[in-house]
Ligand binder design. Structure first.
Ligand code: SF4
Length: 355
């Protein structure tokens, strides 16, 4: 193995095979004379891609950049609009941090251009700062996402299990990161990981790094070795579909969740207070003839919720506290997070059984 050959071989492969993605500019070699990547688009895509697939992010990225074409526009947007546009993408604290960071950047007059400066922004951790510094500003930065982790653990045949192996993987990645074109190198490694050095069936015969890969021929699909996963707890809760005949048709009662915590600040159906740590209280949110419509199951990062969905019809003037009546026909514009969107679908379609 000769690690010094890796950057050149990878960059030559990237020049020929780079994926076209809405937030990307072509490889630097083809880009001569064209504008450098826009830090706003790089940052936005990196935040969206955290724990989310490229396919899921594409339509959101298009919507966001059409609606808020630069960081100033996003900084001026009401947080609730951004949260609603983010609905369905998950990990909603990212959307709240997005607005906060946009306001900081707009106040500074532009994005910081170093890893250290970028790390000061809300929602920007070590990986994201390195990726933006390398891709948008051409800085030499060591960018290690899950794809890079996989490729590097195979190239250097690192057999130690994750997460303990991270230090060795980082040191190895540091060794092969070039001084020039670090952004293209990072994106090339990501592309190689998603297209060639895939988790279950790496295509070593098509790999530009095969000549310098220590795992080739030694069952590379085993790597990186992962520590066994802990089973996720399953929580029980209830969500309430409260409906009335409003002045302009059917309406459903929506609340805004507390600003901090899970799904904070988002519109939602009322519920019985379930969380990652505890089941809901089981208490009904008002007296009356409730009907069961069934249960939805939704998995978050650390737990799964089994949410029983209950439905009731109220009088038009029923006092319900803080919240708003929302037209059922326009529910898709409310920006409900996925778990409540599933519950809403069930409430509208499932047959009922009186409690
Ligand atoms: S040779 Fe195979 S295992 Fe090694 S980097 Fe390439 S695809 Fe991955």
């Amino acid at each position: 193995m000769n690690p010094s050959q890796i950057p050149g071989n990878l960059l030559a492969w990237y020049d020929a095979h780079a994926r076209a993605l809405p937030w990307r500019t072509p490889p630097a070699r083809e880009r001569a004379g064209e504008p450098a990547p826009d830090p706003y688009r790089v940052w936005l895509s990196e935040i969206m891609l955290q724990q989310t697939t490229v396919a899921a992010v594409k339509p959101y990225f298009e919507t966001f950049t059409a609606r808020w074409p630069d960081v100033g526009a996003l900084a001026a947007a009401p947080e609730e609009d951004v949260l609603a546009a983010w609905a369905g993408l998950g990990y909603y604290s990212r959307a709240r941090n997005l607005v906060k960071a946009a306001r900081v950047v707009a106040g500074m007059g532009g994005f910081p251009d170093t890893e250290e400066g970028l790390r000061e922004l809300p929602g920007v951790g070590a990986y994201t700062a390195a990726a933006i510094a390398a891709i948008a500003f051409g800085r030499r930065a060591v960018v290690v996402d899950a794809n890079v982790e996989r490729v590097v653990s195979r190239l250097f045949r690192i057999e130690q299990p994750l997460p303990g192996a991270r230090k060795a993987i980082r040191e190895a990645a540091e060794q092969i990161t070039p001084d020039r074109r670090a952004g293209d190198f990072a994106q090339g490694m990501m592309d190689l990981g998603s297209r060639i050095c895939t988790p279950r069936s790496p295509r070593c015969d098509d790999c530009p790094l095969a000549g310098d890969c220590m795992a080739r021929g030694h069952a590379p699909e085993r790597l990186p070795v992962k520590a066994p996963k802990k089973a996720k707890p399953v929580r029980q809760g209830r969500a309430f579909w409260i409906e009335r005949e409003g002045p302009q048709g059917r309406q459903v009662w929506l609340v805004q969740r507390a600003p901090s915590g899970m799904l904070g600040g988002m519109r939602a159906l009322p519920d019985d207070g379930w969380s990652a740590r505890a089941d809901g209280s089981g208490e009904l949110s008002l007296e009356g003839a409730w009907a069961e419509t069934g249960t939805v199951r939704h998995t978050f990062t650390h737990f799964t919720i089994e949410l029983a969905v209950l439905r009731i019809e109220t009088a038009p003037d029923a006092p319900l506290g803080d919240g708003e009546w929302w037209p059922v026909s326009h529910l898709d514009e409310a920006g409900l997070p996925t778990v409540f969107a599933k519950a809403a679908r069930l409430a509208q379609t499932a047959p009922e059984r009186l409690l």
